[in-house]
Write a protein that binds this ligand. Structure first.
Ligand code: HAM
Length: 420
């Protein structure tokens, strides 16, 4: 039997209401903050990600689904959206239409990572990007907006972690200091970190390997080597968060896995989902747009993992949605009426009601069982003696009350079912 590819998952009808609920909540929250939806293709030219995310990142160096298409172009299934949004922003000159572009997305992403709980090869993100302002208030707004979404889902075990990576100039200086610190301790580092020492030294800081953690413990931290401008920006972000009643932790080792960040980086982690605890992450990227060929334009954004969020909801027992129901189940009391049942069902469906009926010639008892399983608010009995008198019987499944109405009294039947 052919199965879904490792690391991918079907979302079955039984789970779909949670996804829809999450998507709707996300859309409502984003629109409150003035964000407009953007949809970009599922694949892009590979160079976009190589240049945007950084050649030395894990994503680009080992996780991308890249292939050569039939026109000999190297294309990649999108592993994240920020580079795609920036590409679209530049291609359509969105910056000329508006000083500040506030964009949001909900989309599948693809990364060939080792699958485990909360980590997939096709997963879904919602996220937002605000392009066109350096205002630290936007960094804070991004953190608050993303946190609000999680809180509004009912999640409680949340911690906001923030850090500043400063501007590239101070980061380059700091990298030298870090290189010096690690240079006589290389033999104590993991193989991965030995490699990163050469290619992407900041990533040594957020390694989860015990050996690295020990060495990193006493390493100099970037936050203590920030220039004045970066410190001031970070101070303002913190002030706004505090004034808005948002608690956070400063995590000097939060460098994140994508190369485009400047100034603020942040994550919201959950205490209820195990090892893959980052529900969302983001930060400021003031140089990315220029790196991708545009005029220097600042940006800030975040993305959240929807599978992880739904897992946290399950573990924290929030998101208790009422079971799906239908307006009415039409029961045929005898076979002769089936044509009439189809007609009536169609009529009511076209008027906006959700109607189910039997397609297998089952007994009345079996049809009733089905109606109960579907949480029908009403059962409409069609057939028998009543049908000969042009009447149908309706049963309110909540209180058991029954009413007999003329089959032609469509409005009356509608109102009864709708509860008017
Ligand atoms: P990221 O940290 O790579 O950032 O991903 C954001 C979130 O996506 C993670 O916190 C996690 O919840 C989820 N995620 C990532 N990889 C997987 C996976 N393999 N399986 C399940 N969930 C996953 C970004 O993607 C940036 N584009 C965020 C951003 C937007 N920064 C600025 N603007």
């Amino acid at each position: 039997m052919i199965k879904a590819v490792t690391g991918t998952k079907d979302i079955l009808p039984a789970d779909i209401s949670k996804w829809r609920y999450l998507e709707e909540l996300v859309r409502t929250e984003f629109s409150k903050f003035g964000y407009k939806e953007i949809r970009t293709p599922i694949f892009e030219e590979t160079t976009l990600f190589a240049r945007g995310i950084g050649e030395e990142t894990d994503i680009v160096s080992k996780e991308m689904y890249t292939f050569i298409d039939r026109s000999d172009t190297s294309v990649t299934l999108k592993p994240e959206m920020t580079a795609c949004v920036v590409r679209a922003f530049l291609e359509h000159s969105l910056g000329k239409q508006q000083v500040l572009n506030k964009l949001f997305y909900i989309s599948p992403m693809f990364r060939q990572e080792r699958p485990q709980a909360g980590r997939f090869r096709q997963f879904h993100q919602f996220g937002a990007e605000a392009i066109g302002s350096t205002d630290p208030a936007l960094d804070a707004e991004m953190i608050i907006m993303s946190y609000d979404i999680l809180r509004n889902l009912g999640l409680k075990e949340l911690t906001i972690k923030i850090n500043s990576l400063g501007v590239p100039k101070s980061r380059e200086k700091y990298k030298k200091i870090l290189r010096e610190y690690f240079s006589d301790k290389l033999d104590q580092l993991s193989d991965e970190s030995k490699k990163r020492f050469e290619t992407n030294i900041l990533r040594v800081l957020d390694s989860k390997d015990e050996r690295d953690i020990k060495v990193v413990e006493n390493a100099p931290m970037l936050i203590d080597h920030l220039d004045e401008e970066s410190l001031e920006h970070f101070e303002k972000v913190k002030q706004i968060l505090l004034a808005s009643g948002i608690s956070f932790e400063i995590e000097p080792k939060l460098v994140r896995g994508l190369d485009y960040y400047t100034h603020t980086t942040f994550e919201v982690v959950s205490g209820s989902v195990g090892a893959q605890s980052a529900l969302l992450g983001g930060g400021r990227y003031d140089n990315l747009i220029e790196e991708l060929g545009g005029k220097a334009t600042p940006g800030v954004g975040f993305a959240a993992g929807m599978e992880r969020i739904l897992l946290a909801c399950e573990n924290e027992n929030c998101l208790n949605l009422s079971p799906e129901s239908i307006d009415a189940y039409f029961v045929s009391l005898d076979k002769e009426v089936s044509q009439k049942v189809y007609e009536l069902a169609l009529l009511f469906r076209r008027k906006g009601l959700t109607i189910e009926l039997d397609y297998a010639g089952r007994s009345v008892k079996a049809q009733m069982r089905e109606a109960n399983k579907m949480n029908a608010k009403y059962v409409v009995f069609i057939g028998g003696e009543e049908f000969e008198k042009d009447l149908i019987r309706l049963k309110n499944m909540e209180n058991g009350n029954e009413e007999t109405l003329p089959i032609t009294g469509i409005e009356q039947i509608m109102n009864l079912i709708k509860g008017n």
